[in-house]
Design a protein around this ligand. Structure first.
Ligand code: NAD
Length: 326
């Protein structure tokens, strides 16, 4: 179709990338997706979907082969706390994600794409500002002096800086967001890479009334969680804006992990005990600071956590039931 906008979504087989493809299609884009794998839970709506490894320059050249109006770079070697904080995957996380970003930035610049969006993370914020669970500091400017608590965070910081360098030196139109714990249906819910909301929903759905579910640490560590639809609203607004970022895309509704477990139980209508066990934890407290996004985009996520958790619980309970029936 003449005048149809074109987009490339890197990481289109992943949780956010798959939802983003659906969003871009509903907005009328022609979309190419690329990923190591197809989406796990429902078919892609991309016009063209390439299964390929973005660490490989040849693959990158084949998919990023023109002046796309918009490129969304979400591909990364990542997982929840069990994957990121165990230390066992540090070399892979840094090497794999950095290679993807080096390739994508170079080719986006070569073809002079309209805009390139890069998904950074709240994990770039310094550990020393997140020791108090009730009072974490995550304003964008507080990223430096840098001291992320994981190699995953260091790679994100490196790649932010690389995209910003292409912006300064070559005029590449870059947009960078720092996501804070995005969750929702069709996210990883089992297998070790799942994050806290999905893990809590799964544990509650799997446990019989009156039993216990395991919570890592004392459960008093705090986080905020953003439902996928609001994350997509934030991405699209940022890309359409004139603001480069980096900017937080997250919720300011902070909750403890114990509180999250209680919420999943309330939704399920089950009373379960909490058993605190040792596990990988990350920082004590983290919350999005939305001053900058409010100022620059005149918008901020506003839906309550409970609403997203209800939708996610329903989806995960159905997965649990289906896998039990297998
Ligand atoms: P995800 O793991 O579901 O998606 C990432 C996708 O990248 C996966 O499908 C994976 O197969 C793909 N990928 C990895 N290596 C690849 C390679 N070499 N070539 C091609 N594809 C490759 O994760 P997500 O939750 O959808 O996250 C998307 C992006 O947002 C990531 O960059 C992540 O770091 C960032 N982020 C996510 C969150 C969150 O809470 N979900 C928080 C902060 C940042």
């Amino acid at each position: 179709m003449p005048n149809q906008k074109t987009a490339l979504v890197c990481g289109a087989g992943g949780f956010i990338g798959h939802h983003l493809v659906n969003r871009l299609k509903s907005e009328g884009f022609w979309v190419r997706g690329v990923d190591l794998k197809k989406p796990e839970f429902s078919a892609t709506t991309a016009d063209d979907f390439v299964v390929g490894d973005l660490r490989d320059q040849q693959v990158c050249r084949a998919v990023l082969d023109r002046a796309f109006d918009e490129v969304y770079q979400l591909a990364a070697d990542m997982g929840g706390a069990g994957y990121i904080f165990s230390g066992l995957h540090d070399a892979d996380v840094m090497h794999n994600s950095a290679l993807i970003n080096l390739n994508v930035a170079e080719l986006a610049n070569k073809h002079k794409v309209g805009r390139i969006f890069y998904s950074s993370s709240a994990c770039i914020y310094p550990a020393y500002n997140q020791l108090d669970p009730d009072n974490p500091k995550c304003s964008e400017a507080s990223a430096y002096p840098a001291e992320p608590d994981s190699e995953y965070g260091w790679e994100k910081l490196f790649s932010e800086r690389m995209y910003l360098s292409f912006h300064r030196n070559y005029g590449l139109k870059v947009r960078i967001a720092r996501f804070h714990n995005i969750f929702g249906p069709e996210g990883t819910w089992t297998g070790g890479k799942e994050k806290a909301p999905a893990a809590m929903c799964r544990k509650v759905a799997e446990s019989p009334e009156g039993s216990e579910i395991e919570v890592w640490g004392d459960g008093k560590q705090t986080r905020s969680f953003l439902y996928i639809d609001e994350c997509l609203d934030g991405i699209r607004r940022l890309v359409d804006s004139d603001f480069t970022g980096p900017v937080n895309i997250g919720s300011e509704e902070m909750i403890s992990i114990n509180g999250l477990a209680e919420m999943a139980m309330e939704i399920a209508g089950k009373k379960l005990g909490l058993k605190h066990i040792e596990g990988p934890l990350g920082v004590r407290g983290r919350n999005s600071d939305n001053h900058l996004i409010r100022e620059k985009l005149g918008w901020t996520p506003s839906r309550p956590l409970r609403e997203g958790m209800e939708k996610t619980y329903r989806w995960i309970a159905a997965q649990v039931a289906a896998s039990a029936g297998k």
